[in-house]
Design a protein around this ligand. Structure first.
Ligand SMILES: Nc1ncnc2c1ncn2[C@@H]1O[C@H](COP(=O)(O)OP(=O)(O)OP(=O)(O)O)[C@@H](O)[C@H]1O
Ligand SMILES: CC(C)(CO)[C@@H](O)C(=O)[O-]
Ligand code: BAL
Length: 284
């Protein structure tokens, strides 16, 4: 596995691969890798000839300085995990390399970003779209892999690909969970043992909401209230939002829409660590 630290080196290598006819897979990450990331890398290795994994804790997408400062950074351990997963090149740039000058570009994804993560983390998707666009330009992948744990991110990146005519296929990979249901996340490392013990309640609450939706006897507002109540029983969980939304438009549901998938999405704080999770309930 090569380790590339400059934009120029990444661009030169991926252009060479393109000329040689290799299919390039890109897996953008912020590192502190876990099994969720590694499954994305393994899928990319199966479906592409070469796999680029980027590890970059992107400052422009953080709206909270402490969250950025405390984000786990373990590049050496990550590099060791990536080799057996099938990574061909690890792109590990510095902040100065990615942002030699401050960016002034502003993305506006309209209604897609006025809800959930976009509403609660001002500027977040502008930062995500900026860095993802840079990574797409630099590596020109045939396929780019993203996790459905970040459902709104997948939706926004899909729109970005469409609006800017990036010639690549987006692969949205299912959420990988711990045995007790907690969605794998780099921020889980920051949970105290007490908070970690409580954390599976997030997924349990979403599953309860899913059950109620499938029963078909309750309004969206009733499902939301009942799901929030499950989380309310756990004093260690401070809920930031819990939304029932159309899984494609991400707009909050006021009534059921026949034939449309429903996304149940939440963000919550456990002992100072902010986690997100979601479940998509298919219409049929
Ligand atoms: N449990 C998971 N299952 C599937 N994909 C995941 C999972 N966790 C992260 N990913 C995906 O991996 C990519 C990189 O995510 P990132 O590096 O931010 O990790 P993370 O675990 O989501 O960290 P955090 O949520 O703490 O920022 C994203 O596309 C993300 O959706
Ligand atoms: C896609 C991404 C790597 C962009 O920094 C980040 O938002 C993430 O890890 O999900
Ligand atoms: N996985 C989402 C990246 C972030 O929380 O900033």
């Amino acid at each position: 596995m090569q380790i590339l630290q400059t934009a120029a080196a990444l661009h030169a290598q991926t252009e060479t691969w393109r000329r040689e006819g290799y299919r390039i897979g890109l897996v953008p990450t912020m590192g502190a890798l876990h099994e969720g990331h590694l499954q994305l890398v393994r899928a990319a290795a199966q479906e592409c000839d070469v796999v680029v994994v980027s590890i970059f804790v992107n400052p422009t997408q953080f709206n909270n300085a402490d969250d950025f400062r405390l984000y786990p950074r373990l590049p050496e351990v990550d590099a060791e995990l990536l080799v057996p997963a099938g990574c061909t090149a690890l792109f590990l740039p510095s902040v100065e390399e990615m942002y030699p000058r401050p960016t002034v570009l502003q993305f506006d994804f309209g209604s897609l970003e006025r809800v959930m993560e976009g509403a609660h983390r001002p500027g977040h998707f502008n930062g995500v779209a900026t860095v993802v666009s840079k990574l797409f330009h630099l590596s020109r992948p045939h396929r780019a892999y993203f996790g459905q744990k970040d459902l709104q991110q997948v939706t926004i990146v899909r729109q970005l690909i469409h609006d800017l005519s990036f010639d690549l296929e987006l692969v949205a990979f299912p959420t990988i969970r711990e045995a007790d249901g907690l969605a794998m996340s780099s921020r889980n490392r920051r949970l105290t043992p007490e908070a970690r013990a409580v954390a599976p309640v997030l997924h349990q609450a979403l599953q309860y909401g899913e059950q109620l939706i499938r029963q078909g006897r309750h309004s969206p507002q009733e499902v939301q209230a009942a799901t929030v109540a499950v989380l309310g029983q756990e004093p260690a969980i401070a809920l930031e939002y819990l939304e029932l939304a159309d899984a494609e438009t991400l707009q909050p549901l006021t009534q059921w829409q026949p034939g449309r998938d429903v996304a149940l999405c939440l963000a919550a704080h456990l002992a100072g660590v902010r986690l997100i999770d979601n479940i998509v309930v298919k219409s049929s």
